[in-house]
Design a protein around this ligand. Structure first.
Ligand SMILES: Cc1ncc(COP(=O)(O)O)c(C=O)c1O
Ligand SMILES: *[C@@H]1O[C@H](CO)[C@@H](O)[C@H](O)[C@H]1NC(C)=O
Ligand SMILES: *[C@@H]1O[C@H](CO)[C@@H](O)[C@H](O)[C@H]1NC(C)=O
Length: 360
């Protein structure tokens, strides 16, 4: 309650910020940009694979073309500019007008955090190629690896000394992630920089077609934007709660990563950030055939069997896109910490039984 009152006192200045940021739910913000960027099927958007399916769905809905680029699993889901460039050129040669690049940092479902140098390369690439940079930064508070830090693309653009209209950048933030994780209340914003005034005006006009989030959503967004400051009375308890939640998420990520890596046929990259692990699973040929007979993708077959025998829900990699012939599943790190050991042991028993059943 104290948090809430603290921020309501600042409501005057907040309201201005919110209008500037076009206060809306993150998904709505994304939809809005797709509506603006896509004129017909010849307009393309570069999207990472594996990807959060919001992107493919929204591009399809607006009648555009998804131009995929692959994240490299062997470098911890690294984003390679050379591959992005290759995909861009390939799309252009097919007559696609590529308009924007989507970057999800930290990644969903892949859990990687971009290196700062990599972000500089991405920004320069977008500027050289005339692309709008759509930066999905909703997991910006969720960083677990000691050697990784979140750097906003806005900061990267600024430190390159780019001028006001050099690089159109949209950054997304949501109240549904971070240490706040208010998924039941919908709120978020997008910050728009580097667009010319006439374009900003059109964005503002389209945003005005929607009604704004309801009052609780707006209050939550304002709290995320203005957390307690060190001088506030509530700061110590806020800081303790925040640090406690993030430290617990980091321990859960590590425990699951270690557990998956021990299993036969599974390799698991680190969860550097976000809320997920995305292990690769090398399935025996007999399991692949059984999946085919059941008319399921092999990783979906595995995920269903897991659900039936343990009650654990994971999302098959085929739901996000993956290098053809590889199989994955996405597991969140969100169950309560005290439940993680039981989840690990049930998962381990299931996996061993499954592999024994289908061993070639
Ligand atoms: C990468 C990414 N972007 C956006 C969203 C959606 O955010 P919101 O809850 O604000 O709609 C999610 C939700 O899972 C996500 O993982
Ligand atoms: C992924 O990275 C590895 C190691 O740098 C490299 O050998 C490989 O060619 C890369 N794969 C792709 C598809 O770019
Ligand atoms: C606002 O929306 C949230 C979820 O979208 C809902 O739980 C809440 O009851 C709404 N509040 C009001 C005042 O309408």
């Amino acid at each position: 309650m104290q948090l809430l009152l603290g921020s309501l006192h600042e409501m005057d200045s907040l309201l201005m910020l919110m209008i500037f940021f076009l206060q809306t739910e993150q998904v709505l913000g994304y939809e809005l940009m797709m509506q603006l960027l896509i004129r017909n099927e010849k307009d393309g958007i570069l999207v990472p694979i594996p990807q959060y399916p919001l992107y493919s769905a929204s591009i399809a809905l607006h009648g555009g073309s998804l131009v995929p680029y692959y994240l490299n699993e062997s470098t911890g889901w690294g984003l390679e500019i050379s591959d992005v460039k290759k995909q861009l050129e390939d799309a252009r040669s097919r007559g696609i007008d590529v308009r924007a690049l989507v970057v999800i940092n930290p990644g969903n479902p892949t859990g990687q955090v971009l290196a700062e140098e990599n972000q500089y390369d991405i920004v320069k690439f977008c500027k050289n190629e005339g692309l709008v940079l759509l930066a999905d930064e909703v997991y910006q508070e969720n960083i677990y690896a000691d050697n990784k830090k979140f750097h906003s693309f806005k900061k990267i653009v600024r430190s390159l000394g780019y001028g006001e209209e050099d690089l159109p950048l949209v950054s997304y933030q949501s109240v549904s992630k971070g240490y706040y994780g208010e998924c039941g209340k919908r709120g978020g914003y997008m910050e728009i920089t580097g667009f010319s005034a006439p374009v900003r005006e059109q964005i503002y006009k389209i945003a005005s077609v929607n009604l704004c989030s309801n009052i609780t959503g707006q209050i939550l967004a304002s709290l995320v934007m203005n957390p307690p400051k060190a001088s506030d009375e509530s700061y110590a308890s806020y800081k303790a709660e925040k640090d406690g939640i993030l430290a617990s998420l980091a321990r859960r990520a590590k425990a699951l990563e270690i557990a998956f890596s021990k299993l036969e046929g599974i390799t698991c990259n680190k969860a550097e950030g976000a809320m997920y692990l995305f292990p690769q699973i090398c399935l025996p040929q007999k399991a692949i055939e059984a999946a085919k007979a059941a008319n399921k993708a092999p990783d979906a077959f595995y995920a269903l069997r897991l659900l039936e025998s343990t009650g654990i829900v994971v999302v098959p990699g085929s739901g996000f896109g993956q290098v053809p012939g590889t199989w994955h599943f996405r597991c969140t790190i969100l169950p309560q910490e005290e439940k993680i050991p039981a989840i690990i042991s049930r998962f381990t028993v299931f996996h061993e039984t499954f592999m024994a059943e289908y061993r070639d």
